[in-house]
Design a protein around this ligand. Structure first.
Ligand code: B12
Ligand code: SF4
Length: 505
């Protein structure tokens, strides 16, 4: 295929609740394949920690660049703002292309909000053809795996494209497109540390919106992964890496080869990964520990056995206990993720989760108090499908009431929102929780938050606890007064400023 060069702007749209310390991998991958195909690529990550950009600023950037095509990543919580952005960008005359997890689940929706077409699933192969078709250089119906408008303006699907089986054939992400100063100081060796080494996860957790890469586990060869690690080390001085795979340790032999390469290099590189409780054992943990693995992120989700069964989690509470203890035995720290508030859970069920947290606490680095800790019914998931009618969830991401990326002000204390930006998800009240469940969720949040502070010492965590109580009390008296007092406090004392792990509002 002869490619006609185009100017392409890739955009990760603004989010009120995301703060990136490095650029999302998806648009870097797309940048790489588009450059390889001969196009000129520009990139804007609107949530870069040191250079956050509003939709209006992105429009100005596009007016300067004058791209032929603008590609935008769609994630469910940010989709409303992305649709507003698309409407604003329409005036630039560029063709608008959607992709990413939300666009994959609901590929026609973006077409109703100003986009010209949507790429479904993995973008690398499809985007190159899609750009050609949007420029009128290739028949739209010949592009597999996308939805476009036909001459009558109706959405047309062109059928599924098969997943990429040879992941080694993909180029390295186009990390040179990123301006390092958008993410931190010039000597920031953590800027390019995310690596994906596999795609797909065979489990079928009922809340998981990760269908984009499919159920089949596909992986890069150990040589390809090691090549990227050493390249990052040479180019950017990266000495600590993080694998963002869904299920990194599905194939122990492959992990063994990566570990052997890291050990052989003798460079003392350290790394972390996300993986599944049911895919590690004593032998594997010993292997990865010797090869520099310092942290594992596990999605434990619940301490309530019935919940684990109902969400089809491929582990039991006993497996969790054993794995977290084994991980600690090998000197690897664990970050553990939980999801609170499945629709059938009452305060007693949540107390079982808290009890498991207490039990695991001595072995756990952090019970990640991230925004993901309250159940969000993402479209395309089993949870969404079975609950949509009962809880009126239809298209919640398009409404003001329930889109937690547009947090309401006033319903939670300002200090709460600074330290655990969860209030917004509770306000969305997806599952109409009774007060007892809301109170228990807050109770568990305080526990998670204070656990994260334990290394700061008794005095500091007691102070934080008192501040949380004080902020709640003051908020009940006068939200304006609480906001005023805690704005001053958080601005003047470094102790109160949220850490990097905590998202911003
Ligand atoms: C690392 C990660 C993060 C990081 C970095 C964010 C990022 N976007 O990279 C952090 C921790 C910040 C994060 C945050 C969140 N994340 Co996250 N995250 C991931 C994770 C584990 C890996 C992402 C990744 O790097 N993938 C590898 C790259 C290569 O794939 P990709 O980004 O999907 O891009 C490919 C395609 O999507 C497509 N594509 C992407 N963009 C575009 C654009 C165009 C124009 C085209 C044509 C194609 C295209 O082509 C790319 C190459 O194949 C994924 C799980 C997964 N398996 O992907 C979840 C995932 C993306 N996250 C998810 C969620 C829900 C979140 C949160 C919303 C959590 C929450 N509960 O609030 C927050 C965002 C907060 C907010 N306000 O929006 C969901 C998204 C579901 C959805 N329907 O939107 C996923 C799929 C996890 C899951 N299994 O449910 N996340
Ligand atoms: S194990 Fe993780 S990635 Fe796999 S289906 Fe469950 S939540 Fe999704």
């Amino acid at each position: 295929m002869t490619v006609i060069a185009a100017r392409i702007l890739l955009v990760y749209p603004p989010s009120r609740t995301q703060n990136h310390f490095q650029c999302p991998s998806g648009i870097l991958m797309l940048g790489a394949v588009l450059e390889k195909a001969g196009h000129q690529v520009f990139l804007v990550d609107a949530n870069a920690a040191q250079n956050r950009r509003k939709s209006e600023e992105i429009v100005s950037i596009a007016e300067n660049i004058k791209p032929d095509v603008i590609g935008i990543t769609l994630l469910t919580p940010m989709v409303r703002e992305a649709y507003r952005l698309a409407r604003l960008l329409k005036a630039t005359g560029a063709k608008l292309l959607a992709g990413g997890p939300h666009a994959t689940i609901l590929p026609e929706e973006p077409l109703f909000f100003g986009f010209d077409a949507t790429v479904i699933g993995e973008g690398e192969d499809t985007i190159v053809e899609a750009v050609q078709a949007l420029q009128g250089k290739m028949p739209a119906e010949k592009v597999r795996g996308w939805v476009y408008r036909d001459t009558e303006g109706k959405p047309r699907h062109t059928g599924q494209r098969s997943v990429i089986t040879d992941l080694d054939s993909l180029p390295m992400p186009a990390r040179h497109l990123v301006d390092p100063s958008d993410y931190g100081p010039p000597d920031n060796t953590g800027l390019h540390s995310n690596i994906f080494s596999s795609r797909g996860c065979p489990a079928r957790c009922s809340y998981c919106a990760g269908s984009l890469f499919g159920k089949k586990f596909r992986f890069r060869s150990s040589d390809s992964v090691l090549e990227e690690i050493f390249l990052l080390n040479r180019t950017y001085g990266t000495t600590s890496f993080h694998f963002v795979d869904d299920a990194m340790t599905m194939d122990h032999a492959r992990v063994g080869l990566i570990c052997a390469g890291l050990r052989r290099s003798g460079q003392g590189l350290t790394w972390s990964m996300m993986t599944r409780i049911d895919t590690v054992n004593d032998e594997l943990l010993s292997l990865v520990a010797e090869a520099g693995c310092v942290r594992i992120d596990y999605g434990v989700e619940s301490g309530h056995p019935e919940t684990l069964r109902r969400i089809h989690k491929p582990h039991t509470v006993d497996m969790v206990r054993k794995t977290i203890q084994l991980t600690a035995k090998h000197g690897i720290s664990s970050n553990v993720f939980f999801i609170l508030g499945f629709p059938w859970e009452d305060a007693a069920a949540l107390e079982e989760t808290k009890n498991l947290m207490r039990e695991l606490a001595p072995y756990v680095e952090c019970f990640h108090p991230a925004i993901a800790s309250i159940l969000i019914p993402f479209p395309g998931t089993e949870i969404y499908e079975v609950s949509r009618e009962q809880y009126g969830l239809e298209n919640w991401w398009l409404s003001d009431d329930r889109n937690y990326d547009a947090p309401k002000t006033g319903s939670h204390s300002y200090f709460h929102k600074r330290i655990f930006p969860l209030g917004a998800v509770l306000d969305a009240d997806f599952f109409h929780y009774p007060d007892s469940v809301k109170a228990k969720i807050y109770d568990i949040f305080r526990f998670m938050h204070l656990h994260g502070l334990r290394k700061a010492g008794w005095a500091s965590s007691s102070l934080r606890r008192s501040l949380i109580d004080f902020s709640e009390w003051l908020h009940r008296m006068s939200p304006t007064l609480e906001r005023g007092v805690f704005t001053v406090l958080t601005k003047t004392a470094a102790l109160f400023v949220p850490s990097e792990r905590e998202s911003i509002n």
